[in-house]
Design a protein. Structure first.
Lengths: 456, 456
């Protein structure tokens, strides 16, 4: 008799063409490319497997895909949250193969979106293939919410969740991502940080001027640099007044669980080629506590004046920065936006224009819920003993988890995905190990197979 | 009998094709484009007028052109310093006509390089046409030094001036630029500020990382922003230790002459669309004293991370800034470079890599020299009464004037050019008024006609 492992590999091979087609579409929500083709591809993959599919597009933004598989074997319902959009591929010249050409090297698949998050959707679908092949139907009811604006902060998702809340009721939700740490431990997250992503623009003149005039008037690059520097100290303390005031401190259990997870500084140094020491911000040492419980303020991009080769003696008329804050429980994007505006005003930077590009609140669900326990148990069945399975209160990443809590009755949520230490999500040469892909499929099979055992 | 004015216009018209051909070559030294064609064009224009021309290229860099016209009428020799290279044309989308297509609108000629400095070379050449047509030879000996790296800081000029110093001995030198202020006064400068142009680069990782990791490690954009901000206060005090220490204070006469020159703040506001108040830096009020005697520190360009539309949640691995200091008498590029390096080290920014892209020392020659008096008198003959003629100790701009002083026996130097308040040198839509062009030609005629009267 063929083992599950062998059958899963065989099914992965049989579905390779539809996976590669899905990966090859440049679904960059930030740049509005490839959306209709991708929706069509996802819909086709779901319908091929017998799902009832609805493409919802009546409330603005990229379509939100609903899908449902009904089972006669269980009353329990599992919800999968995924997104079909990906990060921009830039900088192009750092990709070893074309960003949107799925390329296998040493059993690692490279493509923009393979880790975040197209590969994970495929683990759900191939798991369904396995169960349908084995039993003719699924062992529990399964629903999907697949959106197309996760990488730009899910700006249109809330009205869909509100209006169609009934469609997506479930007993638990598997979040879009997840996976393994440096030390190969498999981590399941029960929460996410929030995010506010802002663009700052300053204009000091209508034209660039000869830089000999610098003695007479300000230039935009200096204004921006000084506004940014006023917001964070060199030793990484955020200086925006009130920024830390509403932060909810973690519980002892949350701290304990978090400290179980090793932050492998050596591994980070190696994988990212870091040249600076790890941050100890005075609030937290450089370990999992910082990653899990410290809010951040990051400069994501800077542009002003002359940036090509050689010298150009110019006073830039305009300057732009993209910045973001990762938020922790207690902080909201609206509060932080107001604090940043107040800060700019108080420090004399009223000429800096602030635009919010994305906003999401943080969310944590209880680590001891019946659903999380089930996800943990099924993960133990698949990942042990090679990988320890660990539960973490919150991932450092962001997503619209709080909306699921708000509109789906405090939904219990846990992550499961194919990530690894070199996934390079959001960076060039994003990748997924095929071995993690097969395990991810098996985890989803095992979870669906055990959903009916869930308490409550 | 035809007036000088009419003949000059006629000659300008007859030489229009060679002028436009000269302008149409994209001689961008920073980007290494168009050099050989431009050298050929300049050589042809000089030889056509009977000059003895030598293209010097034995000491590296873009060729330096020497030319000489010998006169039997006078022992006096006038030297013209010009440059055939221009600034980069970027940003392209702000040009109303193509940067390298000479375009006349409302009797104003638009083209990259028309003001800085191709138009000024043409005033010298058309003045020579006039004198040769009138007398068959020039009223004094005339020499040219025309280089091709002024816009990148003349990095190779020094060895040419040293080796060929004998070729360029003269009784006075007309500098490449000059012209009119906002209020139409014609200003003659007897000196230049110095310059050090630097590129700062910082690398914090070998790849961009997902920005959720910001709690763990620094990103390059922050490092750069904080290093820059440490060098200048919000109110424009340069904070680099020792930066002002060697500044030579201006004499009373220099201050008096400088204050004669109106800094028309209204005019600047209008022409540049300024949105910020003029700088009063605590050392100087916002007037000609600051422009003439205050050193500056400018951010010319910034680049890091994601700069396209929308949001990308990335930790930039690298960041770059172009910065410059304009230097005044007493300061040298080498001193300032050392002070900047010391500053970065002292403030913990050893990870910022500093590269000097251009360096020039400041220079002032005496405002009361016989040559400057002659330039002033000849300018009075041409520009009065419409324009006041004013002498200023130092222009806020930069050039290799100190090398002329060093290798050509403390050469007496004065500026004369076709600049006006909206020349937009170094910016899009660079321009020259045709009326200033005709006057510039006449000033050069008058100066050559009076060179033999020069005392000493």
């Amino acid at each position: 008799m063929t083992s599950v492992e062998e059958t899963v590999k065989e099914l992965a091979s049989q579905t390779r063409d539809e996976f590669y087609h899905y990966l090859s579409i440049p679904t960059v929500s930030a740049q509005k490319t490839g959306i209709p083709e991708t929706v069509e591809a996802v819909k086709a993959m779901l319908e091929k497997r017998g799902a009832d599919v609805r493409v919802l597009d009546d409330l603005g933004g990229n379509p939100v895909i609903y899908a449902s598989f009904v089972s006669s074997k269980s009353d329990k319902t599992l919800l999968f949250y995924n997104h079909y959009d990906v990060q921009p591929p830039e900088p192009f010249d750092e990709w070893l193969s074309e960003p949107f050409v799925p390329t296998l090297r040493d059993d690692i698949l490279y493509c923009r979106g393979v880790a975040d998050n197209k590969g994970n959707l495929m683990t759900r679908l191939v798991a369904i293939d396995y169960l349908l092949m084995r039993d003719g139907e699924l062992p529990c009811n399964v629903k999907f919410l697949i959106e197309g604006e996760e990488e730009i902060g899910s700006p249109h998702l809330e009205p869909y969740l509100e209006k169609y809340a009934d469609l997506w009721q479930a007993d638990g939700c598997i979040w879009e991502f997840g996976g393994k740490q440096e030390d190969e431990s498999f981590v399941i997250d029960c929460g996410l940080k929030g995010l506010i992503y802002m663009e700052l623009n300053v204009s000091t003149a209508s034209i660039d001027a000869h830089s000999s005039l610098a003695a007479l008037f300000d230039n935009a690059a200096w204004r921006l640099v000084q506004a940014l520097a006023s917001m964070k100290s060199v030793d990484n303390r955020i200086l925006i007044e009130g920024f830390y005031d509403k932060v909810v401190a973690p519980t002892e259990e949350e701290i304990k669980r978090t400290l179980d997870i090793v932050v492998d500084q050596e591994g980070f140094n190696r994988n990212f080629g870091l040249t600076r020491p790890f941050i100890e911000d005075g609030r937290n040492p450089a370990n999992g506590l910082a990653l899990t419980f410290s809010p951040t303020l990051t400069v994501n991009g800077l542009l002003s004046g002359y940036i090509n080769q050689g010298s150009k003696t110019v006073l830039p008329k305009a300057a732009m920065a993209k910045i973001e804050c990762r938020l922790v429980l207690g902080q909201t994007p609206a509060d932080i936006e107001q604090l940043v505006r107040k800060h700019l005003h108080k420090h004399g930077f009223d000429d800096i224009e602030l635009k919010v590009l994305a906003a999401q609140s943080p969310y944590r669900c209880p680590m001891d819920s019946a659903f999380v326990k089930l996800v943990e148990a099924s993960a133990n069945d698949v990942y042990q003993p090679e990988s320890k399975v660990l539960i973490r209160p919150t991932n450092a990443g962001t997503g619209p988890m709080d909306l699921f809590g708000k509109y789906l009755n405090g939904m219990s949520i846990a992550t499961s995905g194919t990530g690894w230490a070199k996934s390079q999500a959001h960076a060039p040469n994003e990748s997924m190990r095929m071995s993690d892909y097969y395990q991810g499929i098996r985890h989803m099979i095992r979870l669906m197979d055990t959903m009916d055992d869930m308490e409550g």
